[in-house]
Design a binder for this molecule. Structure first.
Ligand code: SAJ
Length: 418
């Protein structure tokens, strides 16, 4: 079949994107490099929670979604959307190797009339400075022979109120014609398309959205540390501030930043800004504060054992409750739980974890849920599957890093809160 749209990358972005276009009646070809992903999709079996298999199978059986390992098959489509990971390297610098390798594979198959759009979160300049030269090595010219644009993904895994279909889509092309071509394509599958003047504007828009979160989370994490000294309940303060119906957006303190977006995206901008002799101090400071939270939480746990059980960390038996990077998901990428467990073990504590969503983590297995069997329980991620009032009743002491115990946890002598 000649696909209308090819999507390079069948992950948490590519799969919902494929569904959005297929739901609009477009023939979609998903290219992935993992045979098990390709075979699974072609059997109508989804590996991405946001696209249930029952829905995927209908679209596969209708011939609207197909998967392939081959980039040349993907190049048969007139539009090719790249949705691949953009992690940080071990030196905490942008790692575009996955995107570059895919675009280098695509370049020999580029032809007149193609539209190529990058969706991966990246620093301003990537589309024009990295992708365009690779694609133009084919001899074709962006803006004349083919169209090139950036359109950031805005997928929030697990969210059902805002989906790929109804979340406004930013689009910025290397020329106005590129912007319009890309906007027209997305309008066939997405409710609202918002054209901007360049790929750089689109790339920075996405970074602003996520830097905004990282900086504001760092703000409340800093306040949480001050509140501990001033004996003020930071959770009460944040909840009270939330009553302001305008001019305020609440964030909650926590044990640190996890996930594959928020802890990573800001450093894409920090890295690029250096090229302009510019130091993104807000981002650097917020990164420092957020990275320090596991260490601050370790001292909270030590204090709780000391005052609540006359014990030290050394030799204590602790249960870490919830290790995924945020509540009610099974994703553990960049989870602060890893650092917290390491710090507790380094201090000589015997640490187990229990997480109903995560059977194995960092070389450990999730233990049965028996909070009373431990000197202390540390709530690192507050899944809704756990009954926290029951926990407070059963545990000897609880260190609550997410305000999961709420009012019940305040002042009852068993719960220490961040
Ligand atoms: N966190 C806090 N306090 C908060 C909010 C989050 O400590 O007030 C922590 C979380 O526990 C987690 C990390 O920060 O470890 C990131 O949390 P997040 O709520 O930002 O969730 P993510 O990483 O899934 O972010 C995604 C982002 N989606 C994309 O980048 C495509 C983000 O843009 C969304 O705004 C966010 O979901 C969302 O709205 O939930």
């Amino acid at each position: 079949m000649k696909p209308d749209v090819a999507i390079v990358g069948g992950g948490y972005v590519g799969m919902p994107l494929a569904k959005a276009f297929a739901d609009a009646g477009k023939k979609v070809l998903l290219r992935d490099v993992k045979p098990e992903v390709v075979d699974g999709i072609n059997r109508g079996e989804s590996h991405i929670g946001d696209v249930p298999s029952v829905e995927l199978k209908k679209l596969v059986d209708a011939g609207l979604i197909k998967a392939t390992l081959d980039m040349d098959a993907a190049a048969a489509a007139d539009a090719i959307l790249v949705a691949l990971p953009t992690p940080l390297s071990s030196q905490r610098e942008p790692d575009l190797s996955i995107v570059q390798a895919a675009v280098e594979e695509l370049a020999p198959h580029l032809r007149k009339g193609h539209l190529v759009v990058l969706e991966s979160t990246t620093y301003p300049g990537t589309t024009r400075e990295v992708l365009q030269p690779i694609l133009e090595s084919s001899g074709l010219k962006a803006g004349d022979d083919f169209h090139l644009a950036f359109s950031p993904e805005r997928v929030d895994p697990g969210r059902t109120d805002w989906t790929t279909h109804n979340t406004p889509k930013i689009v910025g092309g290397v020329t106005p014609a590129c912007t319009e071509r890309a906007a027209e394509l997305y309008r066939s599958a997405v409710e609202t398309v918002v054209p901007v003047s360049s790929p750089e504007a689109a790339e920075l828009t996405k970074l602003l959205e996520n830097i905004f979160r990282a900086v504001n989370i760092a703000l409340v994490n800093e306040l949480a540390q001050l509140c501990e000294r001033m004996n003020i309940d930071v959770w009460e303060v944040v909840e009270a501030a939330e009553t302001k119906p305008f001019g305020f957006m609440s964030f909650k303190p926590g044990p640190g930043l996890g996930g594959h977006c928020i802890p990573i995206d800001p450093f894409y901008l920090t890295w690029k800004a250096r090229e302009y002799d510019f130091y993104t101090e807000f981002i650097e400071l917020s990164g420092k504060i957020n990275a320090n939270m596991p260490y601050f939480c370790r001292s909270l746990i030590s204090q709780a054992l000391n005052h609540g059980a006359q014990k030290s960390l050394k030799g204590s038996r602790l249960l870490v409750l919830g290790v995924s990077y945020k509540a009610n998901v099974d994703d553990v990428r960049e989870s602060p739980a890893e650092k917290i467990i390491q710090l507790l073990q380094k201090a000589g504590a015997n640490v187990d974890y229990h997480d109903p969503h995560v059977p194995e983590f960092d070389g450990m297995r999730s233990v049965d849920y028996e909070p009373e069997a431990y000197d202390g329980v540390v709530i690192v991620t507050a899944h809704k599957a756990i009954d926290y009032d029951d926990l407070v009743g059963r545990a000897q002491i609880v260190v609550d890093l997410r305000n999961a115990t709420g009012r019940n946890g305040t002042g009852n002598g068993k719960v220490w809160k961040l």
